[in-house]
Design a protein around this ligand. Structure first.
Ligand code: 5AD
Ligand code: FES
Length: 353
């Protein structure tokens, strides 16, 4: 292994941060032996904080309507071919009840930005879930809203909010999104969410079109500054009906390397191994856990809508019952020495060593 890469990894572990130049050097030195060392250190850090436990979140994709037009996303509004659906409160509660019986203690409500769900509707759904399952955490992932909306959901009992920042580089942001969206507005949402008291998650796609190592350095610096509780990282995967249909998918190697770096930057971070990672490689999620990941998010959405929430092509698990996915994931985690637990899976604050 390159001596400098090892020093950079050791420094990242002891300080929890590197300079821009050092991150660039580390990313440029992503070779198999370097990656193995990074993953070893990331596993050690993760072991110290979370042991061999892997947290599960039950994901409920409750609407495939979206008013946005992000170039990478299969449910963008311009995709006329996308089938649209909405789940009502009763259906969402049924998903939660089924999930509860399977051992889920966190429900993630994720959807496109769909104005059909007013703040009152969302707050009402959150209250109903918390009433039915007071021992569970509710996570929302509904995109950009104004601060008052986020406050209303929080008052209704929502605990966590996921909003990937997508890229922290202004120029790159403009290449992934239409003009009406802005990096500054998106980041402001994350600061608002944190300020309100949510456990927040940001994140981005590895290998998205036009992404450079400089973009990734901007992402890492932003993540360190925001100091989120969760970071969602998965490979970009093209969707046939989007402007990025012809762009290549992000690589397994890059995604895993980033997971390892983020574990060392934020030892207590909740780091999902995503469905996208499982889509680009059959053992992607196992490898993700071995690179420092500690969360899985199987789908609890009703089977008849699963194929309609296609953010990218070839998404896995769209034909599998929630129970099958849970058992499958439990087996996959055990195969690499970890175990799924029945737990809310809250963030553990830790100090760097
Ligand atoms: N490939 C991988 N991830 C995608 N997302 C959206 N489209 C794609 C794609 N084509 C991710 C975005 C979004 C999250 C819900 O899914 O990062 O924030
Ligand atoms: Fe869904 Fe394996 S996780 S079938």
């Amino acid at each position: 292994m390159n001596h400098d890469s090892k020093l950079l990894i050791d420094k990242l572990e002891s300080d929890g941060a590197l300079s821009s130049g050092e991150y660039l050097a580390l990313l440029a030195g992503n070779r198999p032996e370097t990656a193995q060392y990074l993953f070893e250190r990331a596993r050690a850090v993760r072991q110290r904080v979370y042991g061999d436990e892997v947290y599960t979140r039950g994901l409920i994709e409750f609407t495939s309507y979206c008013k946005n037009d992000c170039y990478y996303c299969g449910i963008r509004k311009s995709n006329q071919a996308a089938e649209r659906y909405r789940l009502d409160k009763g259906q969402i509660l049924e998903c939660c009840a089924a999930g509860y019986d399977l051992g889920f203690r966190t429900f993630v409500l994720q959807g496109g930005e769909d104005p059909f769900y007013s703040d009152e509707k969302i707050a009402d759904i959150v209250r109903a879930i918390k009433k039915a399952h007071p021992d569970c955490a509710v996570t929302l992932s509904l995109g950009e809203k104004n601060r008052e909306s986020y406050e209303a959901y929080y008052a209704a009992g929502a605990d966590r909010y996921l909003l990937r920042h997508e890229t922290a580089d202004e120029n790159h942001y403009g290449k992934l999104h239409p003009q009406e969206m802005s990096l500054q507005r998106r980041q402001q949402c994350l600061w608002d969410l944190k300020d309100i008291g949510y456990q927040v998650g940001c994140g981005f796609m590895a290998g998205s079109p036009y992404q450079t190592n400089e973009c990734l350095v901007a992402d890492l610096l932003f993540i360190k500054e925001l100091d989120p509780h969760m970071v969602g990282i998965g490979p970009f995967i093209p969707h046939n009906a989007t402007p990025f249909a012809a762009h290549p998918a992000g690589s397994l190697e890059l995604t895993l390397f980033l997971l390892g770096i983020i574990r060392l930057m934020l030892p207590g971070v909740l780091l999902p191994v995503t469905t996208a990672l499982g889509t680009i490689h059959p053992a992607g999620r196992e490898k993700g856990v071995l690179a420092g990941g500690n969360v899985v998010m199987p789908n609890l959405s009703p089977l008849n809508v699963r194929k309609k929430y296609m953010l990218y092509d070839n998404k896995i698990c769209t034909g599998d019952e929630a129970a099958e996915c849970r058992n499958c994931l439990a087996g996959r985690m055990e195969s690499v020495g970890y175990r799924l637990v029945v737990d809310r899976g809250d963030y553990k604050a830790v100090k760097a060593i």
